[in-house]
Design a protein around this ligand. Structure first.
Ligand code: APR
Length: 175
């Protein structure tokens, strides 16, 4: 089952030795704080140079750049939704961010991909809800049958509380 490919870990996404890391960016793709800032710092200035040429990214969409000084060969940038109370289509947009990021990773032949907890920081998406959407989206992606090349998906949590929510979500999936 797809969930055997998922591993929830605590760590810094910029240190992950995977083919693709996903950036929780904003729609400008011109950098920011949080994981966006960490990835740009670790990748170096060429990342921003390449992002400048992408003319932004709509919420829920995903665009790919090289990884530059990162171990990862590629960075997939996605803009997750800002939480506005749950009645503005946030869950569908968050799902799109995960599915579209996985589609981008599959396009470049990635075998391993690391996600941060998209939208649960500055964008305020409640962790319990976000973790369920994230895991459901990953399952949906594999149901599309285009993800056979992807062998490992890490969700890299930056703190224990985030880790707890994703672990609970994964254990519920496994039943
Ligand atoms: N590695 C892994 N996870 C990290 C790291 C890191 N180095 N740094 C932060 N995080 C975690 C945060 O603790 C949070 O759990 O990533 C998760 C997402 O938080 P944010 O980075 O704030 O992203 P998000 O909530 O999607 O908001 C995006 O923030 O940084 C700006 O430019 C970004 O405007 C965009 C907005």
């Amino acid at each position: 089952m797809f969930w055997d490919k998922i591993e929830i870990i605590i760590g810094d996404i910029t240190e992950q030795k995977v083919d693709v890391i996903v950036n929780a960016a904003n729609t400008s793709l011109l950098g920011g704080g949080g994981v966006d800032g960490a990835i740009h710092r670790a990748a170096g200035p060429q990342l921003l140079e390449e992002c400048r040429g992408l003319s932004g990214c709509k919420t829920g969409e995903a665009k790919t750049t090289k990884g530059y000084n990162l171990y990862a060969k590629y960075v997939v940038h996605t803009a997750g939704p800002v939480w506005q109370g749950g009645c503005s289509g946030e869950s569908g947009l968050l799902r799109n961010s995960y599915v579209n990021s996985l589609k981008e990773a599959a396009k470049v032949g990635a075998k391993s991909i690391a996600f941060p907890s998209i939208s649960t920081g500055v964008y305020g998406y409640p962790l319990k809800k976000a973790s369920k959407v994230a895991l459901g989206a990953i399952g949906e992606f594999f149901d599309l049958g285009v993800g056979n090349n992807i062998e490992k998906i890490y969700i890299v949590c930056f703190d224990d509380n985030t880790y707890k929510h994703y672990m609970e979500g994964l254990l519920q999936l496994k039943g």
